[in-house]
Design a protein around this ligand. Structure first.
Ligand code: SF4
Length: 424
């Protein structure tokens, strides 16, 4: 029985109880959310993980994507990225290796973490085709479904699958054009394959078969956003919206079939279009969990894209995005280092918290920090900080003469001056 069937029949499972406790909501709230498709819990019959509930009414979750590229294949570095992502507080990992022995790398990554793991099986199918037949466009549709089943058996909890890139979507892409091109790897592989073979996307035309595989292995389906804008000037264009409409319809079908569904969203979006994107996505998908990639709110800050995405993610989360994919400072420039993975997760966690302060009215930690600062209670400040080690280190490196204050104002600490006269 799938979680959806359990939820619909009124049964509260251990997974639902765990997520309810972690997110401080009632067990029946989680059950109802799963039954109506507003909440998912990515599970796997092959591996126990720290459960991560995603969806309406729950804390905004943060994903960290890692994996080799064709240029940099260093398995130990990827394992270190897993460690850094967990240290920084990521809720899930996506393993997206495309270089080296990526099946072995994925196995080792999955072994190295207790977090939920996501993947993009399409990468495996296309890259294996390139190695076997000499070109990605020679991939056979069966390769896609075999890769999906193979990865599910490794204990993958959720999969980004590019069902919405169809002949109709491509027509929209061609008609409208793009300032920033097509930036999704999955989107590019599938588009090239469809053009070369003059065929419909097998993930769309054989969607029922895909659902059977996912249901058999209890994988959560994350509808991929292959047409996401890679430049703010392409945000909310026809190709993006066309793909969303198709994915929204398929997400309903997946849920009715008993497969948990998340729908991914763009990409690069100027700030004034973020709310529109969240409202549109939630409306079209019947409030399925929204997995926001970024969003990056400007294109001109390479080297700082973790901050650019955090600005967008904070706003997206405040309007209702449920799950955000981190962005590292190396975005658009290079494969990230473990340190950049850590930075990216912290930036996204800040964004998720800022969003939850609005969306869920979760402000207790901020109140505690306000009081701790007023009272110049440094240990309480560190205890509530998102990154206590960094806060502690910066203060320790520049300790003041008066240990109560800090070296920002020193003798003229405003809190000390006023604190003597008020009993706050
Ligand atoms: S010295 Fe200035 S910055 Fe530091 S705690 Fe006092 S008021 Fe705040």
């Amino acid at each position: 029985m799938s979680l959806i069937q359990d939820a619909k029949s009124g049964r509260i499972t251990e997974e639902m109880k765990t997520v309810a406790a972690l997110d401080d909501v009632t067990e029946d709230f989680v059950r109802r959310g799963i039954a109506n498709g507003h909440i998912v819990i990515p599970v796997s019959p092959y591996r126990d993980v720290k459960l991560c509930g995603i969806g309406e009414g729950l804390r905004t979750k943060v994903n960290a994507s890692i994996g080799t590229s064709t240029d940099i294949v260093d398995v130990d570095m990827e394992i270190e990225k897993v460690r850094q992502a967990e240290l920084a507080g990521a809720d899930s990992l996506m393993e997206l290796s495309t270089g080296g022995d990526f099946l072995e790398i994925r196995r080792r990554v999955i072994e190295a973490t207790t977090l939920s793991v996501g993947s993009v099986p399409l990468y495996q199918a296309f890259i294996e085709a390139a190695r076997k037949y000499g070109a990605v466009v020679d991939m056979k549709p069966d390769d896609l479904f075999r890769a999906t089943a193979d990865q599910a058996k490794l204990g993958t909890n959720f999969m980004a699958i590019h069902t919405g890139i169809t002949l109709e979507t491509m027509k929209r892409l061609r008609n409208q054009g793009r300032h920033g091109g097509l930036v999704s790897r999955g989107g590019a592989f599938m588009t090239a394959w469809m053009i070369h073979n003059e065929q419909e996307n097998p993930l769309y035309s054989e969607f029922d078969y895909l659902l059977e595989i996912l249901k058999e292995h209890e994988v959560t389906l994350s509808f991929g956003n292959g047409m996401r804008a890679g430049a703010v000037h392409d945000a909310t264009d026809r190709a993006q919206v066309q793909e969303l409409i198709i994915n929204a319809e398929l997400a309903d079908k997946a849920h009715d079939f008993g497969v948990q569904a998340i729908v991914e969203g763009p990409g690069h979006i100027p700030i004034d279009e973020i709310e529109t994107n969240v409202v549109l996505q939630k409306r079209l998908t019947n409030r399925k969990p929204f997995y926001m990639l970024g969003p990056l709110v400007t294109d001109i800050a390479p080297g700082y894209d973790d901050r650019v995405a955090a600005i967008g993610a904070a706003l997206a989360s405040s309007h209702g995005a449920d799950f955000i994919c981190y962005v590292t400072p190396a975005e658009h420039l290079a494969l990230p280092t473990p340190e950049e993975v850590y930075e990216g997760v912290i930036s996204s966690r800040i964004a998720a918290h800022v969003g939850d302060m609005i969306k869920l009215k979760k402000r207790d930690a901020d109140l505690e920090m306000g009081h701790a600062r007023r009272d110049l209670d440094w240990e309480r400040q560190f205890a509530v900080a998102i990154n206590p080690e960094r806060a502690r280190r910066i203060r320790a490196e520049r300790m003041p003469a008066d240990a109560d204050a800090c070296t920002m104002c020193g003798d003229y600490c405003a809190l000390k001056i006023v604190g003597r006269h008020f009993n706050f």
